[in-house]
Design a protein around this ligand. Sequence first.
Ligand code: UGA
Length: 425
Amino acid sequence: MPEKEPIGVIGVGWVGLVTAACFAELGHEVYARDIVPEKVEVLRRGEVPIHEPGLPDLVRANSQRLHFTTDIDEVLQNTQLLFCCVDTPPTYSGDADLSRIEAVLDSVGNSDDHALVMKSTVPVGTGRSIRRRSDGLGYVSNPEFLQEGSAVRDFMHPTRVVVGADDDSGEFAERVEALYEPLDAELVRTDVASAEMIKLASNAFLATKISFINEIANVSEDLGADVEEVARGMGLDERIGPKFLQAGVGYGGSCFPKDVQALKQLAGNTGYHFQLLTAVIEVNELQKRRTIGKLQKHLGSLVGRQIALLGVAFKPNTDDVREATSLVLAGRLQGEGAQVRVYDPIASERAREILGDARICDSALAALDGADAVVLVTEWPEFRELDWEGGVKARMRTPLVVDGRNFLDREALRDAGFTYEGVGR
Ligand code: UGA
């Protein structure tokens, strides 16, 4: 075997591409397979089809070691550790849809020369049922903890590396551990089910933190406290920590909504009612209704009102609009009879497919033209730089700002004559 173990990556979406590029950067030959020929073509040309800071440079710098293909045999012939990075979207019932993982299993076969290394987020118990089905293939759970927008940095400087394997895949697990050695991270070596649970529990806990601070925000609003001050004061306690205490319109994205629901569902399937997660989901839902309520408080009925949404991506530094709060809000506002216009610095194209041409604007100012109110949904820095006191105010029909991320300069806006509604302050 070469000094650096070659790596197989199956599914070159966001997780797969970051994993492939980062292992290539660490000196491994990487054979990355996707079933979509157009995507493979684009990648072979050295282009990166998603917005992720630092990723295009990494793909370019390591092009010699990155082999993109549609052919699974090319991966099987050249590698033994097969990182499974296909997505596991939610089904209608809230369970994870594992059909793409089933397809991967069909294509890789059952050879005991290979191990499936699971990066996709899967329900606890998936590893066990895969082993039952493909008992020759090795199996290692290696969940990812990357955040979109900082995924390359998160991969290279992980808070921890989790490697879960049962006894019969111990040797494969050691090889997976060895891949991460250069990163000098804390290693959690455990069994498969615990590794699967670490991933789901981590996301569920972070989502709980967000819903918790959102409820503190709602209560603070009524009691005259400022949630930003409250979060700062709480976060200094090391046991609480300052992160994920940013109150706002609620969490979105391809992970939290899906994973919280999946864990709740998984518990429910065993007969356990996960009360806390039920509340976490409900609070997240209520934050959106509350946002609409703030518009109604000032405008009355929203029928015929023009509402500008600033930001479509589920958070800054990504063009991902999956489960984005903006899209949920846009749908609800339209349901109330409002006309919605949205702008995002980089995610507009993806939103266009969902919302249609008429609602997408080429600039923030265009979205604000004639608006009865603006809702800031995604905290892109450029929204803070807008000429609020001048150009923005002159364009809007009513100077009403609902700042869904407590991101804008509240005092400056109020001084300029805006009606400002934040979250929990
Ligand atoms: C999340 C986790 O943070 C990663 O550790 C995990 O690997 C990833 O899911 C995954 O399972 O793949 P990500 O979805 O990229 O990462 O985004 P986050 O930065 O966690 O933000 C999620 C949502 O929570 C966003 O809508 C964000 O606006 C919201 N949020 C975050 C808040 O409303 N308040 C906060 O304080 C923090």
